[in-house]
Design a binder for this molecule. Structure first.
Ligand SMILES: [Zn+2]
Length: 176
């Protein structure tokens, strides 16, 4: 597998609806492993396949407990074909994204979610999450539908960020 890199604002793959995963093979596990490395190196708490240029429904997440990474093997999770049922109240909190370096914004998200999906071997999973993990999941699943957090911030906040966003897009097109 070729070296993966983070795609930033302006890259088309970030705006596409990602494809359902149907093959639970070694290639999928290898991609998930590489995504975890990239997530850790970038100090991220979650990463979706489109962020590394792969338009498939796979996310990796580092779940947090009271702001700290959970130690041990279980601190990372790979979820294939994730679906969320949202509930609870909505809360606003600052978010960032590896695809939008240097940009942060206040995003409203639900406080509870039920996660349905599959693991890397194709087994069905169903888990409940609240607070920060629920927020991370909503952010990552959004990526699979071509939605970035800046699509969910207020128009005022977006206007304030417009200069930075323009610079990012310009940087991207220079790289292409
Ligand atoms: Zn993101």
């Amino acid at each position: 597998m070729a070296r993966l890199k983070i795609h930033t604002l302006g890259s088309k793959v970030l705006q596409q609806k990602a494809e359902q995963v149907t093959e639970f093979d070694g290639e999928l596990s290898e991609l998930a492993g590489k995504m975890m490395q990239i997530m850790v190196q970038g100090n991220g708490v979650g990463l979706a396949a489109p962020q590394v240029g792969k338009s498939i429904r796979l996310i990796v997440v580092a779940f947090l407990v009271e702001g700290a990474l959970i130690e041990g093997e279980e601190r990372f999770s790979c979820i294939v074909n994730p679906r969320l049922t949202l509930g609870g109240e909505t809360r606003v909190r600052e978010e960032g994204c590896l695809c939008l370096p240097g940009i942060e914004g206040e995003v409203e998200r639900y406080s509870l979610c039920e996660l349905y999906g599959q693991n890397l071997t194709g087994e069905e999973i169903q888990v409940s999450f609240s607070d920060l993990p629920a927020r991370i999941l909503q952010h990552e699943v959004d990526h699979l539908d071509g939605i970035l957090f800046i699509d969910r911030i207020s128009l005022t906040s977006r206007a304030l960020l417009s200069k930075k966003l323009r610079q990012l897009r310009r940087k991207r097109s220079e790289e292409d």
